[in-house]
Ligand binder design. Structure first.
Ligand SMILES: Nc1ncnc2c1ncn2[C@@H]1O[C@H](COP(=O)(O)OP(=O)(O)OP(=O)(O)O)[C@@H](O)[C@H]1O
Length: 667
């Protein structure tokens, strides 16, 4: 059924469509790997280095398949790990008419989570008579938690348990992280009853969709067979990030037993980083499997950058630097290291801004993507400097960058909307964020209007409030939000914003008093006290503009996790702390004294670094392989002795000392 679906003459067409010119996938120096990769439609894993064009290749294949796909009731299933990756595929495909066809029936392009919801969990729950209102971990947990008697909550908190204990992993509502309060205890029974009650009312955590999908496959094994018929060709992007839970479920659906589908996975095991520390990778059906198709060239960066970063790969890969791509008219720059101490940690970002302005012309500064990332972005104020992004930029809001989870405060909805629309003047995003946040508050207050809907949050608000006075309150509230572009000083929120929000949420939820969960959600988060110098960082949308008065460059701040798969013009990787300072621990790799995640001992055995070091390597390999033109890192000065700095300089690094610079942060 797949013979000749991607023909030789399709390859130059697809390469041109991707903006690479007709020879984009042509053999280079006898290396035919990309051309062959385009044509293959057997089950195989494309395991390849950062910037090797895995996502580009996947999209190019899909573009051809969209044209040639002959089946009307069977489709291609394209699964990604994150919404960001799904959107990237969607945007690239959306450029072609054929690509648009792929976004419709009979095909599926989306995250693993949305696939599991749409094809397994939701139909199964509905067929069991459950009306699914809202899949939102924070709301489901809060509802279940506040269902428990006050004394029970106190007892749980004394045992270091949080609302997270209200999530289950069995279809009988058992399991989860409940410590000593197992199902045989009275407290355990209360927990199970609260989980059951709100699940039956239609409130679920994201991860519980996997529980129900597996329950369907346990009880109706024919569901897997039906899905294989429906989707005979499956592509999985970012396959290295699949957790055991996801891999096992996908394997069960598409591969286990007789009649597996054709499946191609794309990824890089050196970049396997997970959303939560300690989460293990897949054991069932790990990536890569036995059949691997290598792609050795990186089109992102030059050979000199490839040489700097390849040692950070746990399993060193052939890394041929064939970049940078030509869309930014600038030569690759020498890498730079910013050195700081406790007193100068907040001058790192301004110094980086100044370095960018000195390194790139105005056109490149306007067209490029400039970022600063840290491995840890939740700040422990008392942690050792630098603990997280917040030590460099005190106003950094970690929740704003966490794209995959729902915000857990009203203010975060607005902050995220500001971050996503930075500078574009797009008011629609802000309005819908405010509406979505009001709906979330209403759910927490006991509202039961549900969140699974096709209309935008704003349209739904207008519908819900159609006949009430609260509609005028809502419109006044939006005026307030728009006039401040979504920003509030805390007193302003309390005096003007909050009273309106409370009135609206009361009407929406049909309650006279909002209750603890909704009030906590609506409260404005405390702002850390600022010194004068910190005032330059006083934006909460995680964009750092330099110079602040008349910005020439905008630097996007985020976690390393949030920039997976991205391509930047310049990336600054900031040291951060998890059991120790990440980059300080990786100093031997930076100096070239070590490479890879293992070494061969004198008995000829391969010995791996400890798991924490392997995690650090993968995380920072992801970060350091984002830029096309300029890689920078920032570390404490006292980590290095003079000889080591000489080694770095000898390896082509520019050393920028922020400590010596006691002068003001900006010109
Ligand atoms: N065949 C090619 N010729 C020239 N440039 C290419 C080619 N394939 C990809 N690129 C460019 O290389 C950059 C990286 O591509 P892409 O994001 O697809 O790589 P990736 O392998 O998915 O990266 P990562 O592993 O970091 O997620 C992009 O700017 C893309 O346009």
């Amino acid at each position: 059924m797949f013979d000749d679906l991607i023909r030789e003459q399709d390859v130059p067409w697809a390469a041109s469509l991707m903006g690479l010119g007709p020879n984009g996938f042509a053999p280079v120096d006898g290396d035919e790997s990309r051309f062959q990769a385009m044509r293959r439609l057997d089950s195989v894993d494309f395991e390849a280095c950062p910037g090797s064009g895995k996502t580009t290749l996947l999209v190019a294949k899909l573009a051809v398949l969209a044209v040639r796909w002959p089946h009307r009731k069977q489709g291609i299933c394209v699964l990604s790990h994150t919404n960001a990756a799904r959107n990237e595929i969607g945007t690239k495909l959306g450029n072609s008419a054929a690509g648009l066809a792929l976004m419709r029936y009979p095909h599926f392009v989306g995250t693993i989570h949305s696939f599991v919801n749409e094809y397994l969990a939701l139909p199964w729950l509905r067929s069991n008579g459950l009306n699914v209102r809202c899949i939102d971990t924070q709301i489901a947990l809060a509802k279940r938690w506040y269902e428990l008697p006050y004394t029970t909550r106190i007892a749980l908190e004394r045992s270091h348990l949080t609302p997270a204990a209200m999530a289950y992993d069995g279809p009988d509502y058992t399991g989860g992280k409940v410590g000593k309060f197992g199902p045989h205890t009275p407290t355990g029974q209360l927990i199970i009853a609260a989980r059951r009650k709100f699940s039956e009312q239609g409130y679920f955590c994201f991860d519980e969709m996997f529980v129900w999908a597996n329950d369907l496959l346990d009880r109706r094994p024919e569901a897997a067979h039906d899905l294989r018929q429906r989707f005979p060709l499956v592509f999985i992007d970012e396959a290295q990030d699949n957790s055991e839970e996801q891999s096992a479920l996908l394997h069960r659906i598409f591969c286990a037993g007789d009649g597996p589908v054709r499946r191609q996975r794309f990824g890089d095991s050196n970049q396997a980083i997970y959303a939560k520390p300690g989460l293990a990778g897949a054991e069932t059906d790990p990536f890569p499997g036995a059949a691997v198709h290598p792609l050795p060239r990186s089109y992102r960066f030059s050979q000199s950058l490839a040489d700097e970063v390849k040692g950070f790969g746990v399993t060193p890969q052939a890394l041929v630097g064939a970049g940078p791509p030509p869309h930014i008219a600038a030569e690759p720059k020498m890498p730079a290291i910013f050195l700081f101490d406790d007193a100068s940690v907040q001058s790192v970002l301004p110094k980086f801004g100044a370095h960018l302005v000195a390194s790139f012309d105005a056109a490149a500064l306007a067209a490029g993507t400039f970022t600063a990332v840290a491995g840890v972005h939740e700040l422990d104020q008392n942690g050792r400097v630098p603990h997280a992004m917040g030590h460099y930029v005190p106003s950094y809001d970690p929740s704003c960058a966490r794209r995959e989870t729902a915000p857990d405060r009203f203010a975060q909805y607005l902050a995220r909307a500001r971050f996503e629309t930075a500078g574009s003047g797009n008011t629609e995003r802000l309005i819908n964020a405010a509406a979505a946040a009001l709906l979330a508050a209403s759910e927490l207050a006991g509202g039961t209007h549900g969140r699974i809907a096709r209309k935008s949050p704003h349209r739904r608000m207008l519908d819900y409030l159609a006949d009430s006075d609260a509609r005028a309150h809502y419109l006044a509230f939006l005026e307030l939000i728009l006039s401040g572009r979504g920003e509030f000083a805390s007193p302003d929120w309390e005096v003007n914003g909050l009273p309106l929000a409370v009135e609206i949420v009361k009407v929406l939820s049909g309650t006279a008093a909002l209750g603890a969960a909704a009030n906590a959600f609506l409260a404005w988060p405390p702002v850390p006290a600022q010194t004068d110098q910190e005032a330059i960082f006083a934006r909460t949308d995680n964009l750092f503009a330099y110079p602040s008065e008349a910005p020439e460059v905008h630097i996007r701040l985020g976690s390393i996790h949030s920039v997976k798969g991205e391509t930047h013009t310049a990336t600054l990787v900031l040291d951060s702390y998890y059991y120790n300072h990440h980059l300080s621990e990786l100093k031997p790799w930076l100096l070239g004294a070590k490479a890879g995640g293992s070494m061969v001992n004198n008995r000829g055995r391969q010995v791996f670094e400890g798991s924490r070091t392997l995690g650090r390597l993968k995380l920072h390999y992801v970060a350091m392989t984002r830029p096309t033109h300029l890689l920078c890192v920032a570390m404490r000065k006292d980590v290095f002795d003079a000889g080591e700095l000489d080694i770095l300089t000898g390896r082509g690094w520019e050393v920028i000392d922020c400590c010596a610079a006691a002068e003001p942060a900006e010109p």
